[in-house]
Design a protein around this ligand. Structure first.
Ligand code: FAD
Ligand code: NAP
Length: 536
């Protein structure tokens, strides 16, 4: 039987994982990427085209390497835990090369439209029109994986800021911000306290005359460097903590977080204390912000009530004069123009089963990948979504009835509304382990702790108490990877390795306690693991 042909739209991290999953399941992928490279958002470009996602030059990812890697391809142990975008691109290139993905990507090719074929009810097939160098081409596919990202279209709410039209300084969305050189000695307002707003305020705080960080509701600020210097996500996202959250309730976790975050710095004293609790908002992560506030380089202000020619009046009546620049770090909106009315999005609200499948298709042959905003990490979630989607396309996993799917969508929305502050940035929130387990159960790869404790207690302990790394979803079931056990048992060493750039006598003793040449052994395993001859 001919292989099913799958169109993958976008070659960012979601698209790369999707191509690999198609190949693993014996499908024939063709990936269309409008730009000339892989990596999507993470490929820094000084002058990106209007429709491309775009980052500032200094962006360092907020999620740590062991938690964010592809599940069968650990990040080299000498790479830092939190990687600069260049290092991320190195890793994505290694992944694409290792699994030979590049030959499935058609670069500089934009997907113009995706429409059901006339016999869709029987075939489930799609007509896809793509455009390359001005020439259009029509192609037929058996399935579609939409990996087009959701941080491309800036949300610029100018209507909420009276007087902005008469403001004589310059203003723009954070997507346009690239680097600090042009802002030396300026007086700057950054609006929005998401990760873009805080990163940019901190970076500009080093060179500007004064930075004001304006927020309408404040935020809890988490930090990357958690207890004992371990990465925050690998410390918090463990099955043990997830279990505790279930039995102790979200309120107890909020209390713990508030205490921990306030003991680092008092959020009320620093003008950041919100009305809501930590788990009710997408996390803002910054180790540097409190340093900038305490040294006066960044001043926290409430929302801007009105702009004048050169000044800004804030909600509390205070006025800041002679403002040169306003940066709207006010987030993103998303849409799927090439899908026409197949998926409608209103104020970032979308109705997709498990945030992936339109519930009313006659045949489940289209899925959206990576359309999630996790209290966690997008990459491994997107990869797992693709693993499930391709099995649905092949008929190995069945979707429930339309009615059941719609009920599930409604329930998810209700739960989200109950937990999160109502705002356009909280429409596709998921909790990392909970959502990974939900999808993993559908794929048949959720690790069975009970069996593990009986058969391999050492591994079971690390799976339960250690960081819930993506390798856990390669221990069993379809797509099982022989290297998964070892990857889990050596994950802590890969976290520590890049930190030990000066070997202290204490560090040496610790290394020895793992056995002679432990680090070298872990490293040579790492080298072997990227060699298909040895492990695959
Ligand atoms: P993208 O990276 O946006 O890739 C989509 C690709 O699809 C692009 O290459 C685009 O050209 C292509 N495309 C779109 N439409 C078409 C079309 N019609 N035809 C052909 N090609 C098309 N997430 C985390 O988990 N951790 C982080 O720390 C983190 N940091 C972030 C920092 C910033 C500044 C921002 C803005 C986001 C961050 N994110 C983070 C979220 C980020 O979106 C994901 O990390 C990740 O980049 C999503 O990958 P993606 O492949 O889904 O989308
Ligand atoms: P975001 O998380 O959506 O934050 C937008 C901010 O703007 C929020 O504080 C929001 O406040 C505010 N805002 C929106 N509309 C407003 C309005 N009309 N008036 C006043 N304030 C308004 O956007 P982002 O910071 O660009 O982040 C986007 C994604 O990229 C997130 O997933 C983030 O984690 C990620 N990111 C990561 C890094 C990193 O890894 N280093 C860096 C940057 C971004 P409300 O909460 O009140 O709506």
């Amino acid at each position: 039987m001919a292989k099913k042909r799958i169109a993958v739209i976008g070659a960012g991290v979601s698209g790369l994982g999707a191509i690999k999953c198609c190949l693993d399941e014996g499908l024939e992928p063709t990936c269309f990427e409008r730009s000339d490279d892989i990596g999507g958002l993470w490929k820094f470009q000084k002058n990106p085209s209007e429709k491309m996602p775009s980052i500032y030059k200094s962006v360092t990812i907020n999620t740590s390497k062991e938690m964010m890697c592809f599940s069968d391809f650990p990040i080299p142990d000498h790479f830092p835990n939190y990687m600069h975008n260049c290092k991320l691109m190195d890793y994505f290139r290694m992944y694409a090369k290792h699994f030979n993905l590049l030959c499935y990507i058609r670069f500089k090719t934009k997907v113009r439209s995706v429409r059901k074929r006339p016999d869709f009810g029987v075939s489930g097939q799609w007509d896809v029109v793509v455009e390359m160098e001005g020439k259009q081409e029509s192609l037929v596919f058996d399935g579609i994986l939409v990996c087009s990202g959701h941080h491309t279209d800036p949300h610029l709410p100018l209507g909420s800021f009276p007087g902005i039209e008469k403001f004589e300084g310059c203003y723009f969305h954070s997507r346009e911000y690239k680097s600090p050189e042009d802002y030396i000695g300026k007086r700057i307002i950054v609006i929005g306290i998401g990760n873009s707003g805080v990163d940019i305020a901190v970076e500009l705080g080093r060179v500007a005359k004064q930075v004001f960080l304006s927020t309408r509701r404040g935020s809890w600020i988490l930090h990357r460097v958690w207890d004992n210097g371990y990465p925050m996500d690998s410390s918090l996202f463990t099955r043990f903590n997830s279990f505790l959250q279930k039995i102790l309730t979200i309120a107890a976790v909020n209390k713990y977080l508030e205490k921990t975050l306030n003991s680092r710095f008092n959020h009320a004293h620093y003008g950041l204390q919100p009305q809501h609790r930590p788990l009710s908002q997408h996390p803002t992560i910054s180790d540097d912000l409190p340093n900038h506030i305490i040294s006066g380089r960044v001043q926290v202000k409430p929302n801007v009530k009105e702009f004048m020619e050169t000044d800004a009046i804030f909600d509390d009546g205070t006025v800041e004069e002679n403002i040169d620049v306003v940066i709207f770090a006010t987030g993103y909106s998303f849409s799927f123009p090439f899908l026409e009315d197949l998926i409608t999005v209103t104020d970032n609200e979308v109705s997709l089963y498990k945030l992936m499948f339109p519930p009313d298709l006659e045949k489940p042959t289209l899925a959206v990948i990576g359309l999630i905003q996790p209290f966690g990490i997008i990459l491994p979630i997107a990869e797992l979504q693709s693993r499930w989607a391709v099995r649905v396309f092949k008929g190995l996993s069945k979707l429930p009835s339309m009615k059941t799917m719609k009920a599930d969508i409604a329930q998810r929305k209700k739960t989200m509304e109950k937990r999160y502050v109502k705002t356009a940035r909280h429409t596709i929130q998921v909790d990392h382990i909970e959502y990974m387990d939900e999808i993993a159960t559908l794929v048949g790869v959720k690790p069975s702790l009970m069996l593990l404790f009986l058969s391999d207690p050492k591994l079971a302990l690390e799976v339960f108490f250690g960081p819930c790394t993506p390798y856990q979803y390669r221990l069993q079931g379809p797509g099982k990877w022989d290297g998964a056990r070892r990857a889990i048992l050596t994950q802590r060493e890969r976290i520590i390795k890049p930190l030990k750039t000066r070997i202290t006598s204490l560090a040496l003793r610790e290394t020895c306690s793992f056995g002679p040449n432990y680090t070298e052994k872990a490293f040579s395993w790492q080298q072997a693991s990227v060699n298909p001859q040895i492990t695959r």
